[in-house]
Design a protein around this ligand. Structure first.
Ligand SMILES: *Cc1c(COP(=O)(O)O)cnc(C)c1O
Length: 424
């Protein structure tokens, strides 16, 4: 990997002089947050002030290893110098003009996304859930356009324990009761299939299915990779029944699994891929990559977004893709993934009563705890030891280090993980 983008060199050019006395203390932030911010999150008791590469620094100046990357978002590390430069330069030219006009940054990012996937076109939005909303509208519009008096092509297939977002449509195609509960009637005509159950997949497919949405690796659902057999069967049945195969790569995309997209590890081409999290390294963006065959399903005026693909977001997104290419990030992901899996599997061998298995793909890794042990206390303990990790489902630890992670940082993290495992 070139020196350009690793942790050391992505430190901000100026030495940051952070003086805690001139800023809000953690307690002051907490008081304001509890009083004025809607209470939809269970927050952990830390506020970060700045970051650098694989590390974050809190209000007390304490350093943390960031192995969650803001939930697989800050993939090129914090305060990446190349991304900062592009963002600063673009910010001095133009932030926003709207989609009433042509936008050079947007057109360039669209071409770059097509270059690394398949022939087609891109729709831009601002988040993962919005990307999936657009995919839902394409699936349903395709269904309407191919329905007849005797056939209503309206069913969307999804997976049990999947996660596709929090807006109404994306929530409806999410296969988890705990996400659905409390909102009354959801979208109709959705069927949820058990993960990797080929028989159930075959049983549910028919002429009335307009599309199927799959996470190649279920993220929130426990970092569970789909099997080759299942995903290829979904491709085959989608083609057979003229349904749209959507890959939700919001978490797995943009290098996270060692390929640009996880579907590329399965030797097939989906019809649509939804992207967000890592695409602009922390700047909000979403994208829907639509294959040639479905590019005209949405006609002019059927969908849109005011902010979608604005100059800042797409300029940074383009630089993320350029950096992944020029700094050989994918090779680093594969090498560090092998190293991390090996170290974690050693821990599993040493503590079989604590760790049941290690699963995932690339640098999206789940550590499944034995005996359904809850992961939340371990995540809290890790934070106390200045290691940021996450949770997927109730008893899986989720690790999503930045794609620029180094062996030395993995070694430090492994040491902390071992301490935590010993203490439970
Ligand atoms: C995070 C995520 C979403 C939702 O993205 P938001 O940006 O939070 O709306 C959808 N699908 C998957 C697989 C995700 O991981």
């Amino acid at each position: 990997m070139s020196g350009q983008s690793n942790g050391e060199n992505s430190r901000p050019k100026k030495e940051i002089s952070y003086d805690p006395s001139q800023h809000l203390s953690l307690d002051e932030v907490k008081i304001l947050d509890e009083k004025y911010v809607l209470n939809t999150y269970a927050r952990m008791p830390v506020a970060f002030i700045y970051g650098s590469g694989e590390f974050l620094y809190d209000t007390e100046g304490k350093e943390y290893i960031d192995f969650l990357s803001g939930i697989a978002v800050t993939s090129l590390g914090h305060a990446n110098a190349d991304l900062n430069e592009v963002l600063q330069n673009q910010s001095e030219l133009i932030w926003h003009s709207s989609n009433l006009f042509y936008n050079p940054q947007q057109a360039l990012l669209a071409r770059a996304l097509i270059d690394i996937t398949y022939p087609g076109k891109v729709f831009f939005c601002n988040s993962g859930t919005e990307a999936n909303e657009a995919a839902i509208k394409i699936m349903r519009a395709w269904g309407v356009q191919n329905s007849s008096a005797s056939k209503k092509k309206s069913i969307i297939l999804s997976l049990k324990n999947s996660f596709h977002g929090r807006t109404f449509g994306a929530m409806s195609i999410t296969g988890q009761d705990k996400i659905h509960n409390g909102f009354g009637d959801l979208m109709q005509d959705i069927a949820y299939i058990e993960v990797n159950n080929v028989k159930e997949l075959e049983k549910n497919f028919n002429e009335n299915v307009c599309g199927i949405i799959l996470e190649p690796v279920l993220g929130e659902g426990g970092v569970i990779p789909l099997t080759r057999e299942f995903i290829q069967k979904a491709r085959q049945l989608s083609s057979e029944y003229k349904a749209i195969l959507v890959m939700d790569e919001i978490q797995t995309g943009v290098g996270r699994t060692g390929s640009y997209f996880a579907y590329q590890n399965y030797d097939l081409v989906p019809d649509i891929v939804t992207v967000a999290k890592g695409l602009a390294g922390g700047f909000p963006i979403g994208a829907v990559i639509v294959g040639q065959k479905y590019c005209n399903v949405l006609q002019s005026g059927m969908h849109g977004s005011t902010f979608g693909g604005n100059h800042l977001a797409t300029a940074v997104g383009y630089e993320v893709l350029r950096t992944i290419e020029s700094s050989k990030i994918l090779a680093n992901v594969t090498e560090m993934s092998n190293y991390f899996f090996e170290k974690l599997n050693n821990l599993k061998e040493a503590y079989p009563d604590r760790i049941e298995k290690v699963q995932g793909m690339g640098l999206l890794i789940g550590v499944v705890l034995s005996n359904n042990r809850p992961a939340r206390p371990l995540v809290q303990k890790a934070l106390e030891k200045q290691l940021i990790i996450g949770r997927a489902g109730e008893n899986v630890i989720r690790l999503a280090p930045p794609l620029i992670v180094r062996k030395t940082t993995i070694d430090k993290a492994i040491q902390k993980i071992e301490e935590i495992i010993q203490e439970i």
